[in-house]
Design a binder for this molecule. Sequence first.
Ligand code: ZN
Ligand code: ZN
Length: 110
Amino acid sequence: MNGPARYRVVEHDTVLTFGWELRGRGDDVELVGAGHCPVCGCPMTVTYGYYQPIVPKGGFLGRRHEPTSSIWYTRCRCEGLHMPRPANVPDGCGAGLRLARPQDAAGIGG
Ligand SMILES: [Zn+2]
Ligand SMILES: [Zn+2]
């Protein structure tokens, strides 16, 4: 590696399998996925609420592009320093990542 990758908005097509774990208890449970961003190579975690607001057309806000899709979507959330990162982006290298949903990867989630 020649230092951190530059920040760049790029969509990564490969569906990634992250390791998922449920954290919390009762009504306050989150799904936490951990893996490596394939674009910048940094470790990253992504957190989703276990319970998602249902949108009128079906499906869930926030983690799917298409309500019917089984692919979840996130941007890279690594803690690497990737510049020039816009001030309104708190973390990551700019990559858009596709994740196999937890029940496919680990038998949990919804
Ligand atoms: Zn990244
Ligand atoms: Zn990174």
